[in-house]
Design a protein around this ligand. Structure first.
Ligand code: IDP
Length: 143
């Protein structure tokens, strides 16, 4: 099993509903370790940059408006096969399709406001971690 890092966002809807702790509990129960964490309120430019790959999609404007509508929690998670392990506990993009017991099934209302983000590959994770955290801010577990 490879030890990987992945990037996670608790989106404005879940932060507004005070679900940060409940979602962190899901990470820790799944064996994912939080090695960096902060609360931030994205600017329009930051949100557009983060989601640049979706810039031609019809929902891009709504996605940027939502992601800048309030604070988000961003974190780097570390663990065995962390990218896939995190995506599994996150559930499908549309909460209506998300498996019971997943974060999006339990905390999200709609595909537009779906509670959380998780990197979809090791390569995406590297880019996304670096978008928010410097190397000095990452605190790997030594015990
Ligand atoms: P993911 O977050 O599950 O990786 P992506 O396809 O990368 O899904 O889409 C990024 C985000 O864009 C989604 O989490 C969701 O908030 C939003 N999104 C994706 N598809 C749609 C859609 O069809 N309508 C509205 N928003 C969407």
């Amino acid at each position: 099993m490879a030890i990987e890092r992945t990037f996670s966002i608790i989106k404005p809807d879940a932060v507004a509903k005070n679900n940060i702790g409940a979602i962190y509990n899901r990470f820790e129960t799944a064996g994912l370790k939080i090695i960096a964490s902060k609360i931030v309120h994205l600017s329009k430019e930051q949100a557009e940059g983060f989601y640049a790959e979706h810039s031609e999609r019809p929902f891009f404007g709504a996605l940027v408006a939502f992601m800048t509508s309030g604070p988000i929690m961003v974190q780097t998670l570390e663990g065995e096969n962390a990218v896939l392990a995190h995506r599994e506990i996150l559930g499908a993009t549309n909460p209506a399709d998300a498996a019971p017991g997943t974060i999006r099934a339990d905390f999200a209302e709609s595909i537009d406001e779906n509670a959380a983000h998780g990197s979809d590959s090791v390569e995406s994770a590297q880019r996304e971690v670096a978008y928010f955290f410097s190397t000095e801010e990452l605190c790997p577990r030594t015990r």
